[in-house]
Write a protein that binds this ligand. Structure first.
Ligand SMILES: *Cc1c(COP(=O)(O)O)cnc(C)c1O
Length: 370
C-alpha cells in the first residue's frame, strides 16, 4: 500500500497510561475499557499489550467480547451494557464473560439462567446519569435477589458519572452521596465490591476509586478534563494519524480553495494537499484554522475537508514539498485540539477512524505476540 495515511499506535504509551491509572488508584483493580475497538486503536492488540496487567476488560457487546476470546484473550471481560436478549446468557456462560445488570428485564434473565459456571454480575445503579441503571429501592431489592441467587458468584455494585470531567465537583458529589445511600441500605453480610470511576474521576477524584476503576480515554492518552490537571499532563497520546503532502500549489489573492470556495486567499498563498479526508474519519466540520503539523511545524487547515484530501496553509514553509510528513493528530497536535475546533470530543475522533486507515503498531512485537 502506498497511500501515506496511517494511524500509528504506540502500545508502550498505552501501557504507560495504564500504569498511571493503576498508580493513581493504588489498591483498586483495573478494568481497562476497550469497547469500540479500543477507541479505534484495535481491541486485540491493545488487550494483548495489557494482558498481564489488567484485571479485566470492558466492552460494549458480546460481539466485541467474542472477538477478544477468538484472539486468545483469557482475562475476565465485562459486557458494559449487559445482555440485549435472554439468549445471550448462554454465550456469557460459555465465553466466561461478566455481565452488567441494569434493569428488571436483565435481572430476570440472570435469575432464570442455568449457567455451568458462577456468573459475575455488575449491578448498575443510576445515581444521576439517568441513562441505564436502577435507583433506590429497585437497586436494593435487585441486590438482595442477586446475592441470594445460587448461580451468581461475585457481585459488583457500579455507577457511572455524568459530569466528572467538569471543574464543578457538585454533580459528582451528589452521585457519590446517592451511591453511598444505596450501599448503606444493603444489609450487613458480604459487602459487594464497588466501581464508580471513569478516566475523569480516576484523574481528579481519589474518593471515587473504590474497588474497581474503569479507565477508557486516559489509556489512549487523551485528557478528558475541561480544566488543566497535573495528573492528566502525564498521559501520552497513543494514536498518531499521520500522512504526507501529495501536492504543493501557489495561489494568488482572490483564489479560493476546494468545495464551496470556503477559504479565499488574501495574499499569495502556498497550499499543501494532504492525503486524508472525512472518509478516513477526519471531521468534515473542521474549520479553517484547525491545527495541523507539517514537517513538525504548526500550521492549519484552510478550505473545506474533502472525502479523501484536505488542504493546509504552507505560507510559512517555503521549502515544503510533496512527500513531506504531516500529522493530523497525535503527539504534535492533540486530538483534543482538533476536536475542540470541530465541535466534538476526542472520543468521537478516535472511534470514528475508518476501516480504510491502516493501523501500524509500535513496538510490533507486543502487537503480534500470542
Ligand atoms: C466507556 C465507559 C467507561 C470509560 O469512560 P472514559 O471516559 O473513556 O474513561 C467507563 N465506564 C463505563 C460504564 C463506560 O461505558
Amino acid at each position: 500500500m502506498s497511500r501515506p495515511l496511517q494511524a500509528r499506535i504506540d502500545l508502550a504509551a498505552i501501557q504507560h497510561n495504564f500504569r498511571l491509572a493503576r498508580a493513581y488508584a493504588d489498591s483498586a483493580r483495573v478494568l481497562a475499557v476497550i469497547k469500540a475497538n479500543a477507541y479505534g486503536h484495535g481491541a486485540a492488540p491493545v488487550a494483548r499489550a495489557l494482558a498481564t496487567e489488567a484485571n479485566a476488560f470492558g466492552v460494549a457487546c458480546a460481539e466485541e467480547a467474542l472477538e477478544l476470546r477468538d484472539s486468545g484473550i483469557r482475562a475476565p471481560i465485562l459486557l458494559l451494557e449487559g445482555p440485549f436478549a435472554a439468549a445471550e446468557l448462554d454465550l456469557i456462560d460459555q465465553a466466561r464473560l461478566m455481565t452488567v445488570v441494569h434493569d428488571a428485564r436483565q435481572l430476570d434473565w440472570v435469575l432464570q439462567a442455568r449457567p455451568r459456571h458462577p456468573l459475575c454480575v455488575w449491578l448498575k445503579i443510576d445515581t444521576g446519569m439517568h441513562r441505564l441503571g436502577m435507583t433506590g429501592e429497585e437497586g436494593r431489592a435487585a441486590h438482595a435477589r442477586l446475592a441470594a441467587c445460587p448461580q451468581v458468584g461475585e457481585l459488583v455494585l457500579m455507577t457511572h458519572f455524568a459530569r466528572a470531567d467538569e471543574a464543578d465537583t457538585a454533580p459528582t458529589d451528589h452521585q457519590m452521596a446517592d451511591f453511598a445511600r444505596l450501599l448503606a441500605s444493603i444489609p450487613a453480610g458480604t459487602p459487594p465490591a464497588r466501581s464508580l470511576a471513569n478516566s475523569a474521576a480516576i484523574l481528579t477524584r481519589p474518593d471515587t476509586h473504590a474497588d474497581w476503576i474503569r479507565p477508557g480515554i486516559m489509556l489512549y492518552g487523551l485528557d478528558p478534563l475541561e480544566h488543566p490537571h497535573p495528573r492528566a499532563a502525564a498521559l501520552r497520546p497513543a494514536m498518531s494519524l499521520t500522512s504526507q503532502l501529495t501536492a504543493v500549489r501557489d495561489l494568488g489573492p482572490g483564489e479560493a480553495i476546494g468545495y464551496g470556495g470556503r477559504f479565499v486567499c488574501q495574499r499569495p498563498t502556498r497550499v499543501g494537499v494532504v492525503a486524508g479526508g472525512y472518509a478516513d474519519g477526519y471531521p468534515r466540520h473542521a474549520p479553517d484554522g484547525t491545527p495541523v503539523a507539517v514537517n513538525g511545524q504548526l500550521t492549519c487547515l484552510i478550505g473545506r475537508v474533502s472525502m479523501d484530501m484536505l488542504t493546509v496553509d504552507l505560507s510559512n514553509q517555503p521549502q515544503a514539498r510533496p512527500g513531506d510528513p504531516v500529522e493530523l493528530w497525535g503527539t504534535q497536535i492533540s486530538a483534543n485540539a482538533v476536536a475542540a475546533a470541530s465541535g466534538t470530543i476526542s472520543y468521537e475522533l478516535l472511534t470514528g477512524l475508518s476501516r480504510r486507515v491502516p493501523l501500524r503498531y509500535q513496538p510490533s512485537d507486543v502487537a503480534n505476540a500470542d
